[in-house]
Design a protein around this ligand. Structure first.
Ligand code: ADP
Ligand code: ADP
Length: 228
């Protein structure tokens, strides 16, 4: 049974721009799937609709067979790592990572939240940065904080939008290996958006190739046909 099913998803923005014409794909539990394609082909729009931050104008998104369309973002059990990390600048690293556990329905006690946060900070190698503010950190360190914060509620699905694009080339290689190892260790089903072929080939179990608001190919890296 498919874990995520995206069926004939469509999005026309209020200004009339048809960003997603029709997108269908499914994702198996535990897979790391890359959404690959050039800037403007609709990758972020698709991710935002899966997260519930943007309402589709057509189609459906099912998780474990249940439609998400009318489910609030906070009830979707999805972790999202944004391209610019979106860390809270006035909070320390520990406070950033704890934050999702200190608000909303499933709110934990402060001590419990701290304990869980520290576990994920260990997994992402940022324990020693606990008391720093994000502004003092390197891009790679901020990235790890964003990932820890996205994982701390133990979501069923992890969405990552160009998570490496603000890093230098060497760090990109290192962090993408770390991301793959981490999501496999945690076992979380992950959608990873990138415009970089090589990145998608190296990290993805499967690659969904987007083109102008449609899916052009959906295959393993080995079987994908790529323009030279
Ligand atoms: P990608 O993530 O692949 O770069 P996006 O999903 O960000 O693509 O954008 C897809 C298309 O939709 C682009 O042409 C973009 O300019 C357009 N777009 C994105 N957001 C909006 C918006 N709020 N209103 C109108 N058009 C938008
Ligand atoms: P990405 O880098 O993910 O493709 P962009 O940098 O294209 O995103 O877009 C940044 C923000 O601007 C997003 O919130 C997007 O919705 C909005 N946006 C992008 N294109 C347009 C557009 N043509 N009209 C209105 N808003 C847009």
């Amino acid at each position: 049974k498919k874990f995520i099913e995206v069926k004939d998803l469509q999005k026309t923005y209020d200004n009339g721009h048809q960003a997603i014409k029709s997108v269908s794909f499914s994702v198996n539990k535990g897979d790391l799937v890359c959404l690959l394609g050039p800037s403007g082909c609709g990758k972020t729009t698709t991710l935002n609709m899966i997260a519930g931050l943007l309402a589709p104008t057509g189609g459906d998104i099912l998780v474990e067979g249940k439609s998400m369309i009318h489910v609030e973002p906070k009830d979707r059990n999805i972790g999202y790592v944004f391209q610019n990390y979106a860390l809270y600048p006035h909070m320390t690293v520990l406070q950033n990572v704890m934050f999702p556990l200190t608000v909303g329905k499933g709110k934990k006690s402060k001590n419990e939240a701290k304990k869980i946060a520290k576990r994920y900070m260990q997994l992402t190698h940022i324990e020693e940065l606990a008391d720093q503010k994000p502004g003092k950190l390197s891009g790679g360190q901020q990235q790890r904080v964003a990932i820890a914060r996205a994982l701390v509620q133990e979501p069923k699905i992890l969405l990552m939008d160009e998570p490496l694009s603000n890093l230098d080339a060497r760090l990109r290689l290192k962090i993408r290996e770390e991301i793959r190892a981490l999501v496999k260790e945690v076992g979380i089903t992950t959608l990873f958006v990138t415009h970089d072929q090589e990145e998608a080939l190296s990290i993805g179990d499967r690659i969904i190739l987007f083109n102008e608001g449609t899916v052009q190919q959906n295959d393993t890296g080995d079987n994908l046909y790529l323009e030279p």
